[in-house]
Design a protein around this ligand. Structure first.
Ligand code: AMP
Length: 405
């Protein structure tokens, strides 16, 4: 029997998201989430998708650690006849947030690879440790199976030095690996390719600006399938206004808050990562709630929206200039796929750049990739739903299939 299934694991510090896919037709066999690992109130939500109508099962019981979480997931999958001991399972694909400069491609995990992911912990202290725990746990469960790391940073390693380096002392930067790495890479890779498909062109023939607008948000400039610039930097804090992150600001704000505001570095870290962006500006980070408040005349919400869109527009302009010629702009992720007012406002007034949005097309709700620009517009504007799990599974399967070929 040929093994065609891939389990995708996205391990956070207290959560594990997973999907089991069959790569013969890229279909999902099961999806699920374990939350609040290590707390009394842990929860596992599992949805098998094989038997027609999807019925979720939930378990609410203390799940002590990632190993217990994966064991519980394995039990749920086994209940549906999809056990991890199945010979049909080809590999486990792990989302790994930071791959530094070394990992430019998906990589089969060996002890050396794991050690390198560990060495990158100082530049990704929130993410890489959880990813490592997920990998180690999965290795215990199926030591014989290839485990593949798919890095959020990999797609951005093609950025030229002019875009990747900060203008600071080179020696200090290199000593501490300070440079722009970029994140959401699997999404930017997937969406830029899907955008080319939508235009019926090869990825090599199109220049695309991808706007991944979720709770975290980033923009990228993709020339002929290769990333040439992206808005996130050393960490996912740089760039666009996000749900809870500030995005770009004068770095001296940090000195000011420390010296004049008496705040500690850790307090400022939490402020800029968790209490800024939309939530800092208006108390809400969900674009649905912000739009509802705007409709009721809420001025604070309206200003937060304007600041969000202003920054977005600046990046569209900047990446237009970086690319020189733009064929398409692709909106994706929670806000990008669902918030028509954000899309409309982001390109409003940019007709001189060949950019426009058709009001009617923009208001259509659909899960499909679709154009929203009028026929006459020089640049295609589109909504392209992202699918990071499918991209991780596809990259993982391509790697293990090639190895077995
Ligand atoms: P993500 O990180 O891609 O899952 O995106 C989550 C964010 O998408 C939420 O915080 C909301 O701001 C936004 N979002 C999700 N659904 C909608 C919707 N129907 N309309 C507007 N924004 C939405």
């Amino acid at each position: 029997m040929t093994a065609t299934r891939v389990l995708v694991l996205n391990s956070g510090s207290s959560s594990v998201k997973y999907q089991l896919l069959d790569m013969r037709d890229s279909s999902r066999l099961a999806v699920g989430l374990v939350e609040r690992i290590g707390e009394e109130t842990s929860r596992l939500k599992h949805t098998p998708l094989t038997g027609g109508g999807a019925t979720s099962r939930e378990r609410e019981e203390p799940i002590a650690d990632h190993e217990a979480a994966l064991k519980a997931v394995a039990e749920e999958l086994a209940t549906d006849g999809l056990g991890l001991d199945s010979p049909e399972l080809a590999a486990i694909g792990h989302r790994v947030v930071h791959g530094g400069l070394k990992f430019t491609e998906p990589t089969v995990i060996t002890d050396e690879v794991l050690a390198e992911i560990q060495r990158l912990v100082p530049v990704a202290p929130l993410h890489n440790p959880a990813n490592i725990t997920g990998i180690r746990t999965a290795q215990v469960l199926r030591p014989d199976l290839p485990q593949v790391a798919v890095f959020d940073t990999a797609f951005h390693t093609t950025m030229p030095e002019s875009a990747a380096r900060y203008a600071m002392d080179v020696k200090t930067a290199d000593e501490h690996r300070v440079r722009r790495y970029g994140f959401h890479g699997t999404s930017h890779a997937y969406v830029s390719r899907e955008m080319a498909k939508l235009l019926d062109k090869a990825p090599e023939d199109v220049n695309v600006i991808v706007l991944h607008l979720g709770n975290g948000a980033s923009a990228s400039a993709v020339r002929g399938g290769q990333c040439v610039d992206t808005s996130m930097g050393l960490t996912p804090l740089e760039g666009l206004v996000m749900g809870t992150r500030s995005g770009d600001m004068d770095p001296a704000v940090i000195f000011h808050l420390a010296r004049v505001g008496g705040m500690s570095i850790d307090e400022i870290d939490v402020l800029l990562n968790k209490k800024s962006g939309l939530i800092g500006l208006c108390g809400d980070n969900d674009m649905r709630e912000i739009r509802r408040r705007i409709d009721e005349g809420d001025k604070e919400a309206a200003l937060a929206f304007d600041i969000y869109v202003h920054r977005l527009k600046k990046y569209i302009g900047a990446y237009y200039a970086v690319l020189g010629r733009v064929d398409a702009i692709a909106f994706t992720a929670g806000v990008g796929e669902n918030a028509a007012p954000v899309r409309e406002a982001a390109v409003a007034g940019l007709e001189e750049l060949g950019l426009a949005v058709d009001g009617e097309l923009n208001s259509v709700r659909s899960d499909e990739a679709r154009l929203i620009s009028p026929e006459y517009a020089r640049v295609a504007v589109a909504v392209v739903p992202t699918d990071e799990e499918l991209e991780i599974a596809t990259q993982t399967f391509a790697l293990v299939r090639d190895r077995n070929a």
